[in-house]
Design a protein around this ligand. Sequence first.
Ligand SMILES: *[C@@H]1O[C@H](CO)[C@@H](O)[C@H](O)[C@H]1NC(C)=O
Ligand SMILES: *[C@@H]1O[C@H](CO)[C@@H](O)[C@H](O)[C@H]1NC(C)=O
Ligand SMILES: *[C@@H]1O[C@H](CO)[C@@H](O)[C@H](O)[C@H]1NC(C)=O
Ligand SMILES: *[C@@H]1O[C@H](CO)[C@@H](O)[C@H](O)[C@H]1NC(C)=O
Ligand SMILES: *[C@@H]1O[C@H](CO)[C@@H](O)[C@H](O)[C@H]1NC(C)=O
Length: 406
Amino acid sequence: MWKSLPLVALFAVPSFQSAISKRFAPLKFSKDGTFQVSILEDLHFGENAWDSWGPEQDVNSVTVINRVLDAESPDLVVLNGDLITGDNAFLENSTVYIDKIVEPLVQRGLTWASTYGNHDSAYNLSRSALLARENRWPNSRTTQMVSGREAGITNYYLPVHGANDNASTGVPAMLLWFFDSRGGYYYQELDSSGNEVAQPNWVDDSVVGWFRTTNAKLVKKYHKHIPSLVFVHIPTNASQAIQTEVGINPYKEPGINDDYVLAQQGEGWCADGSNGGSCEYGGQDVAFMKALVDTHGVIGVFSGHDHGDTWCYKWDSLISGMSVEGNGINLCFGQHSGYGGYGSWIRGSRQVLVTESKLQDMEIDTWIRLESGDVVGSVSLNATYGEDSYPRTPDTLSSCPTCSYT
Ligand SMILES: *[C@@H]1O[C@H](CO)[C@@H](O)[C@H](O)[C@H]1NC(C)=O
Ligand SMILES: *[C@@H]1O[C@H](CO)[C@@H](O)[C@H](O)[C@H]1NC(C)=O
Ligand SMILES: *[C@@H]1O[C@H](CO)[C@@H](O)[C@H](O)[C@H]1NC(C)=O
Ligand SMILES: *[C@@H]1O[C@H](CO)[C@@H](O)[C@H](O)[C@H]1NC(C)=O
Ligand SMILES: *[C@@H]1O[C@H](CO)[C@@H](O)[C@H](O)[C@H]1NC(C)=O
């Protein structure tokens, strides 16, 4: 069941001292002026390791990854949270699933960057051990730029340089920001009653502060607001407000809209920071939402977490009940990529195609590559996104003999 890694990978892993110092060169647009990201999210490896069903789902997930990468050949893969289902993890081997996830990427010489999700922290699964496991691979660009127990791990940015830029001196053409929306349970911690200790599920204020300060320094250094994309596992309350107060138009915001009402940062927590089960939402993501709309250059925010939502919405107004007003930033879900995790919506992966010449107009193109090979929801996130009409995305389910648990 647990296929061993190919020889090349086995030899690659131990010599990490040299591998780390020779990390992949800075990210760059291709000669044709494009940069494509494939987002794999909610892979949920390592479910039910004690029976055959769990490992079968990991095999199915690897098939999805291979199909997507064969069809798309991206410049970067983003693993956008819930890589592993930590709730089911065994202490002795909870991070080894990383190797299985990245094997198809390593085989193709691809480089990747991760955010961690709520299932990536559990009593038996440590986020910092996950980072260490990822970084045994030189292809990994995942890192940690904010320290502290409350910050989470995957808060960092990566510059992407223009095809003709000198990456060591030039102004980056684009920035990729990665945030840790945390959640799950702290590693190997129990409270005085012997219960696991819940980790808050929003981007912490210390990280929001780091984002604002770091971005201000970059604006000062480069004398411009650099166009950027944001990746974070759990969407903010703006996505829920859009879904419930405005509604998703299937022809203008094509995508599955089946996770209703969607779960967002701060879900299940009270405003005072307790989470005894009595509150639906504590409003802790307001600081992060404000920072997102205050940061000139952010074109899109890409989230996972809600496996049955796959749309993009241009948030350009003050939505009833909210204090933060959208500035035209695109809020996108991807597609459930793994066979672990809830829901049987068809698996796939959101693609983001950035073209250097379109960046000054803050335009990007995106579509979803399904495991079937089909493409759905192909749209331009341009000035008229939300007004333009597109084909509706069918609400298709995966058909797979082993994919529902019996
Ligand atoms: C992890 O350990 C569990 C319990 O010993 C075992 O059932 C499972 O197969 C192991 N998983 C891997 C990937 O080695
Ligand atoms: C943690 O891992 C240990 C050792 O494999 C296992 O016995 C235990 O059941 C796991 N605990 C949880 C909460 O998953
Ligand atoms: C980039 O700039 C650095 C510093 O000026 C220089 O040493 C290097 O040769 C340049 N690289 C290219 C490819 O032009
Ligand atoms: C969160 O969204 C709901 C709608 O789902 C809205 O009523 C509420 O005012 C929002 N709260 C904040 C703080 O954004
Ligand atoms: C945005 O893209 C759509 C689809 O390609 C196109 O029909 C529309 O004219 C574009 N809008 C602008 C302002 O370029």
